[in-house]
Write a protein that binds this ligand. Structure first.
Ligand SMILES: *[C@@H]1O[C@H](CO)[C@@H](O)[C@H](O)[C@H]1NC(C)=O
Length: 201
């Protein structure tokens, strides 16, 4: 037989309160519909990107911030590119600082660090142009500047690989590690560029 101890009554009350508080109301089902709408916007926008799957994967986490604003989506894409460039920069800087590399490898890595720093500056400039579009009197000019900065960033990322492809000997582990991180970085950046190319302002 159940005994109505104060503790038991407390637990019953707690259970009922919890149940009532977390029962979905009509307002939270509306927000679920909104969430679906925002996710769909990211997926549709990414379908025209160079690497649609990678685009969707990296930008879905921003769906609720982006809502259905194409400029905000582009800013999220550029912010992702900036973060990836920074992560690659730190990988390469760590390699550069080990003493197990040859003089030639050190030179190649140092050039690469310079390229990636330039690339980060260019992505920042592109973000600045995109952010300025709503208040700009020449939106087309701002957009074309953003395209130019983002293309320059991609060129710099790729020139990081040049040092490894001129036939001189570099460690294959280092080469592979850098190639992989640059290739995935260049994908993130070309997705950002294709989203920029599809903007109509
Ligand atoms: C780049 O990464 C470093 C840590 O590795 C961090 O301190 C810095 O804020 C990052 N910069 C950007 C622009 O993400």
């Amino acid at each position: 037989m159940l005994v109505m101890t104060p503790k038991f009554i407390f637990l019953i009350t707690l259970f009922l309160t919890t149940f009532l508080l977390f029962t979905p109301s009509s307002s939270s089902s509306t927000s679920l519909a909104q969430q679906n709408k925002y996710s769909t916007f990211v997926k549709i926008s990414c379908s025209s990107a160079t690497y649609p799957a990678a685009c969707t994967k990296s930008l879905l986490p921003y769906a609720s911030t982006v809502k259905t604003n194409p400029l905000t989506l582009v800013k999220a894409a550029l912010a992702t590119a900036l973060k990836s460039t920074n992560a690659t920069l730190s990988t390469i800087t760590q390699l550069y600082q080990t003493n197990r590399i040859t003089k030639w490898e050190a030179k190649v890595l140092k050039d690469c660090i310079g390229d990636l720093k330039d690339s980060m500056d260019e992505i920042k400039s592109s973000i600045k142009e995109i952010s300025g579009i709503p208040k700009s009197t020449d939106k087309g000019f701002a957009l074309s500047n953003a395209q130019t900065w983002t293309s320059a960033a991609i060129t710099d990322e790729n020139s990081c690989l040049d040092g490894f492809s001129d036939g001189r000997k570099t460690n294959s582990v280092i080469r592979k590690k850098i190639r992989n991180s640059i290739v995935s970085l260049a994908r993130v950046s070309s997705n950002a560029l294709s989203l920029i190319n599809h903007l109509s302002v």
